[in-house]
Ligand binder design. Sequence first.
Ligand SMILES: [Fe+2]
Length: 558
Amino acid sequence: MLRAAGASGLALLAPPWFWRSSVFAASVIDQVHLQFGDDPATTTVVSWATSGVVNNPRVLYGPASSTPEQTVDADTSTYTDSASGTQVVVHHATLSRLQPNTAYAYSITHDGASPVQAAFTTPPQGRRKFRFTAFGDQAGGTTGFLGTPYGTAVVAQVEALQPSFHLVCGDLCYADTARSEVQDRAAIWNSWFNLNQPSSMNRPWMPSLGNHEVEKGNGALGYTSYLARYRLPDNGRADFKGQWYAFTVGSVRFIATDNNDVVYSTDFNFPVRGYSSAAQLRWLERELALARSNPDIDWIVVFVHFPVMSSAGGADLGVRQTFQPLWDRYGVDLVLTGHSHDYERMYLTRGVEPGSATLQPHVVDTALDNLDTTKGAMHVVVGTGGVGIPTPTYGTDATTQRPDASVTNDSGGTTSEPAPYSAVRLPQYLYGFVSVDVDPGTAPGGTTALQLTYYPTSLAGAPTAADTFTLRKPRRDAPTPVAPAVIPATAAAPTVTSPAAALPNTTPAAGSQTAAAAAATALAGAALIGRRRSTRPYPAPASTPGSAPDEAAASLPR
Ligand SMILES: [Fe+2]
């Protein structure tokens, strides 16, 4: 009899709150991930998804040593994937006025939900030791889209090192490459966030945009999925919110830019080059100038997708024309990138080789360890997160037998150049991540250091370091006068001749245009170019993760 009463009987009798609660209770909380707020030491954003709209999404939180007593309401973002019609519901709650270097517990819930609980520790303020990790190009893990078992294993191995946060250097889940008739892009994103939740619910995973975040039909730039799912530090531009940003942990300024805005690569659902009309460059120059004039900032670390250098291909002239001169001018110390699916680190570089049509970076030091980044920047490619598309097909000059590289040029094709900048390549370890330990030193005027280690992801047991080196430099709180904020590029960078002459490789004379404005000339007329990516079917994931690269890999999407 009770069964016979059925849902229709309940519908007639139940008050409105009953139905609301019943429907909401069916929405499971998942895809939990943290991001830093504007001040990482005091603000953390908790984000998650539910399968439908819910009532009163919120986070209870407090110091881990006590029962969470504070509550903050979440705001909800929804979007509908244009290909599948799937609605995505994500929530963001900003936990503010936190104490630095303090453990917090939190509980995510909504009306009728089964709460999800986790904990995190805010990073330190000021000159304190901390660790961060990084990789790009992960994709879906063991059973996920374009994934490998390495993409799954790496999550626990990052988590085991207990970094303060993790950086994702673009190309997150590759949902843009899905064929809508068999793969739902929204489901691929959902799966990717759940893959990483065991770590990202405990510490921020801070992303930057890659070419595979551009999704056809999902917004003017294809960024709807990415932007709805993240709540990133403010960049002062409501129209470009979340697309580039910066944050400070300890004495390090971290900068994420969107180099989809500047690259010539055609490996896109559709091109977006030039979309910000150089607004991003202007922001970057201001950001770099502020960081370099701040005596509390010793290090500037950039994490982006497309590399400046890669002897496995994938470097892009557009980055060399725009971001790279600014990074050189303001003495960026470390550039972490993805796109090439391998690990490669370079010698220290600054400026470009005279007369180089590809703006080939100039090597300033061929030492492999104890590197002084006041001489030049360290670039590391770490597109080794786990995607099952190997790309490390290294070039070799037929005459000299020395490494060479191909650079995407302003026609979207490639131009070869010598690659004397390539210092370490590890094609035997196609999957892994970088861990960086920041040591601020002990006294004003002393030395601060970053120790970088590449850990190949292990499918059995803890990973073993395959490459490690140290960057050093003087602290900027020296009791003696602080070094000039702007590095005179002429001191280290050779004079650039055509076609780089118009680029900002030299300090501008008083009253002349800014470096960003000069770089913007390289983008002038770069209204969204009409090239399309190849219509060639997307390849199946590698059947044997970690297998040797094949010849065709060089031309595969990255
Ligand atoms: Fe890429």
